[in-house]
Design a protein around this ligand. Sequence first.
Ligand code: BYC
Length: 317
Amino acid sequence: MNSLKLDENQLIENFEAKLAKNEMIEPKDWMPAQYRKHLIRQISQHAHSEIIGMQPEGNWITRAPSMRRKMVLLAKVQDEAGHGLYLYSAAESMGISREEMLEQLHTGEAKYSSIFNYPTLTWADMGAIGWLVDGAAIMNQVMLQRTSYGPYARAMVRICKEESFHQRQGYEIMNVLASGSPEQKEMAQDALNRWWWPSLMMFGPRDEESPNSAQAIKWKIKRETNDQLRQRFVNQTVSQVEKIGLVVPDKAIKWNEAKKGYDFGEINWDEFWTVVKGNGPCNKLRIANKIKSHDEGAWVREAANAHAEKNNKTKAA
Ligand code: BYC
């Protein structure tokens, strides 16, 4: 019993020594059960966000205003599917199956980003999502390229490159609309008004109300806190809003020289928690669509599995 305890202590010591040296933890390395659980939660949640995030934008593929816009949007939505797949694979390397993760999503046990529970009402929303939602995602994901779990960190490198293109294409859509007719400019401003606050909510609750942050920082899963990243996002985005002649929908926004950043108004945390708990404007629709497409894809999975099985048998023979 004692030697078993000593072994466990040794393992923890080795694990912490690796973190201290900023070495990556790899799938075959020993890791504390809680570290594994924490990462399965975060990575699977992240994967689900990418997959559910295809719906609000996919909604506009058939209504894109030109062939060029349609091609770009289609490619972006496909990229999000790819991100979901890298992330599911990273989570699988921790010992959870794809089926289990999907089951958790479909039953509401696993979360996905609150932002995807808002409707996309006009074409300008494609601009606002690319610019603000992908922009907020990059802000968070740049630090995740240095997260302590190897497969997650490596997946993030490629994802960040693609998100950075997404952000630019969104800003370009907004720029074109903002410098177009008065109606187009109004459409851009309306999209900004609706997506601004939900984008700030993407970073999660305030630090003092974030139960997972302290441990995540200790394990070098997160390198910065929710509030630090949110502040950086506001600092970066305000000048982008002004540059295209739009107005930040927050009367409290004001440069604060002492903190070298913007002060901004209070986020509606009641709205945030309502959405996170499953009662936002589109939560039920998103999950119903996801389950429907999963069921409709059953024959594809069966055919792919049968093919893989046949290949394995041929190799073994
Ligand atoms: N939405 O202790 P906290 C994209 C939950 S998609 C929903 O601060 P943590 C894209 C949180 O899970 C990018 N739930 O948590 C795709 C926790 O509940 P549980 C998505 C949220 O984990 C298509 C509780 O609230 N990015 O790029 O330390 C098109 C307390 O929070 C949210 C990621 O997923 C939220 N916004 O920090 C365009 C990045 N915020 O799980 C773009 C990876 C918090 O304990 N994830 N909750 O029951 C993270 O970095 C972190 O998980 C979060 C939250 C910053 C999201």
